[in-house]
Design a binder for this molecule. Structure first.
Ligand code: CA
Length: 235
């Protein structure tokens, strides 16, 4: 990866894109700005882009079509930026392969943390392919897949089978929003017809075991209307 990662901002609101360009440049990123979906795809093809920030509602070509077009040829990290009330589209985009999701308005610090998380994950992913890692260590949590053991700050925690499977799925995709449907399908199976509250019950139990303040979680956070995310910056 280059020392100054290039972020492609696909955003039609000029004032918003300007502020973002200044803020991200200050954080050490090179910023390319596309003001519509079509320009977004063109700039992506012509440049060496490390991360894409993709607005959903765009002129000429929707964020949905931009995502599909880019995913056909590239696994570049894509962070969907959506306004309030666009959650449904964001779910579709995550299931199409977008990596993460933020809602406007967000703080620049949060956005930068998300960008760094998707980059880290991509870097880890390329080495994991060689090593086939069986141990995940993110923040205070360590998960050993083969021995099925979980540690929190070095202390072993006993997990039930489904809790372990759920935690594994979340930690494997740390920094990425996992939709409720994907979590239910992968932990309980595609033919699961039970109550979708089962997922929340398991999340609640994991939080009780892992979080210092389970009602104000820092490790497994809720992304409203979408699903859950294992945070990469918890300590
Ligand atoms: Ca827009």
């Amino acid at each position: 990866m280059s020392t100054t990662p290039t972020v492609l901002v696909v955003e039609d609101e000029e004032a918003y894109a300007d502020a973002l360009t200044i803020g991200l440049a200050r954080e050490g990123f090179t910023v390319l700005w596309a003001r519509d979906g079509q320009e977004g795809v063109e700039l992506f093809q012509k440049n060496d882009v490390d991360v894409i920030l993709l607005d959903l509602m765009l002129p000429k070509m929707s964020g949905f079509d931009v995502c599909r077009s880019i995913r056909a040829t590239s696994d570049v990290p894509i962070i969907v930026v959506s306004a309030k009330g666009e959650e449904i589209d964001a779910v579709v985009m995550l299931e199409m392969g977008a990596d993460d999701y933020v809602t406007k308005p967000y703080r620049l610090r949060e956005l930068v943390a998300r960008i760094r998380a998707v980059q880290r994950r991509r870097d880890a992913g390329s080495s994991a392919a060689v090593e086939a890692t069986q141990v995940f260590e993110v923040g205070p949590v360590r998960l050993e897949i083969e021995t099925r053991r979980c540690f929190l700050r070095g202390e072993e925690i006993k997990l039930r089978k489904k809790e372990f499977a759920l935690l594994q799925l979340l930690i494997e995709h740390a920094g990425r929003v996992m939709t409720r449907d994907v979590l239910i399908e992968q932990v309980w199976g595609a033919d699961y017809f039970g109550d979708t509250k089962t997922l929340d019950v398991h999340i609640k139990r994991l939080r009780n075991l892992l979080e210092t303040a389970p009602k104000d979680p820092l490790i497994i956070t809720t992304v409203r209307g979408i699903g859950y995310r294992f945070e990469t910056n918890a300590v």
